[in-house]
Design a protein around this ligand. Structure first.
Ligand code: NAD
Length: 395
């Protein structure tokens, strides 16, 4: 556990969606360097837990970045990491990102993440997942898990048999279902906030939106945009996915490697990370970059470059928080109505981030980090107020 001083992020300028270099984690990635776990924890991280169950082959790492706002929630990535150092580096980077995402979304949750080391196709089994669930349970709710790359809802259902500290389970177990349509609604609300900021009107009617990636989120987003009167240009490396949206919505198409350079009002990355980088940035012909993809900026400097180019950037972890908001509602007994109301709040959250950015004259990516850190400082501090224990019935 970290000391009180280290629990609150003091230097939010290091984008949580980027590698944690500068937080002492860099050494972990170097194959020849000596791994210093405590150095990896840096000034911010609270806890790293290693789980090992030889019989099932479970080797897992949980990283808890912060519980200042509440239990650390984040998914379990099941992946054949080449080295344990890679696994550790990834889990630390992802855990930190979750802290900022939850804080910016206004959730009473901290940030954490887990990785299971190994090829899920080869080693995933009921025994392994339930062993994992028992270990998660041993953390007593400091960390709450969910699905991520390499894990599914069915896997979470197995984890649920051993612990209640898991979300993203099947609806009959109290789960909230597929997060993608909800994420798309949050992104759509984010686009409306961008339109308000740039054109003084949240309506997307008549706006030309280039959507990169029409998978689970992109497909739903195109539907919402078309219903709102926007003109969409779509691209995907999967020709079937493109054919489907063309058939359903009659949209235009572009080449996947050229879609970022389409003349449009909004470029919406909904596929991969690192789409805003040195080679793509000068080719952008839009006023807004806003989409669901994680880690859209290859490096934090690209946030400033967008700002200087006069392009409004909706920070990825703010606009794509719908899935997290939805899944977190399971902790209160899932209510679709309540979850949707909070997801629609992404509009106001982005407005607040844009306001902070324009007031301070800083890029929106930096403003988002400051916005989240400010919430951690203000709301996290409340835990310090003494609340006397309530008298029990026999007192
Ligand atoms: P998905 O895999 O269903 O869809 C991604 C789509 O992008 C696929 O159709 C794929 O073929 C396409 N694609 C891949 N490479 C491409 C390229 N070079 N050019 C164009 N298209 C390409 O994933 P998803 O769930 O829709 O998520 C999309 C993005 O949003 C990811 O970055 C994901 O991390 C992020 N995200 C998703 C959710 C969610 O609820 N699903 C929540 C938060 C963030």
């Amino acid at each position: 556990m970290g000391s009180g001083e280290g629990l609150l992020p003091t230097e939010p300028s290091d984008s949580p969606t980027e590698g944690p270099d500068g937080w002492g984690v860099g050494r972990v990635s170097s194959p020849r360097s000596q791994v210093s776990i405590f150095e990896a924890l840096g000034r911010e991280y609270e806890e790293i837990v290693f789980f090992h169950d030889a019989s099932s082959g479970l080797r897992a790492i949980v990283a808890i970045h912060s519980t200042v706002l509440g239990p650390a929630l984040g998914g379990t990535r099941f992946y054949p990491f080449e080295t344990e150092e890679d696994a550790l580096r990834d889990v630390l980077r992802l855990a930190r990102g979750m802290t900022f995402k939850a804080a910016a979304a206004g959730l009473d949750l901290g940030g954490g993440k887990a990785v299971i080391v190994g090829d899920p196709k080869r080693i995933k089994s009921e025994e392994l997942l339930r062993a994992y669930g028992r270990f998660i349970d041993s953390l007593g709710g400091r960390y709450i898990t969910a699905e991520d790359v390499g894990t599914s809802r069915d896997d979470m259902d197995l984890v649920r048999r051993e612990t209640r500290f898991v979300t993203g389970v099947s609806p009959h177990l109290g789960g909230s279902g597929d997060p993608s349509p909800v994420t798309a609604i949050g992104v759509f609300e984010g686009l409306r906030a961008c339109a308000q900021e740039v054109w003084g009107d949240p309506s997307l009617a008549g706006k030309r939106v280039a959507v990169q990636g029409v998978g689970k989120v992109g497909h739903h987003l195109v539907r919402l945009l078309v219903d709102a009167g926007a003109h969409c240009v779509v691209a995907d490396v999967d020709v079937d996915a493109v054919a489907r949206v063309v058939r359903e919505f009659g949209v235009e198409t572009a080449e996947p490697d050229k879609v970022h350079a389409v003349h449009c009002d909004v470029f919406a990355p909904c596929a991969l990370g690192a789409v805003i980088r040195d080679d793509t940035l000068p080719e952008l012909k839009c006023r807004v970059v806003a989409g669901s993809a994680n880690n859209q900026l290859e490096r934090p400097e690209h946030g400033r470059a967008l700002h200087e180019a006069g392009i409004l950037y909706a920070p990825d972890y703010v606009i794509n928080a719908g899935g997290l908001i939805n899944v977190s509602d399971e902790l209160m007994g899932y209510s679709e109505e309540r979850a949707m109301a909070r997801v629609r709040g992404i509009y106001q959250t982005l407005r607040a981030v844009f306001h902070l950015a324009s007031t301070k004259g800083i890029p929106t990516a930096e403003a988002a980090d400051q916005f989240a850190a400010e919430r951690m400082r203000k709301i996290g501090r409340l835990r310090l107020l003494h609340v006397p224990p309530r008298a029990g019935p026999s007192a």
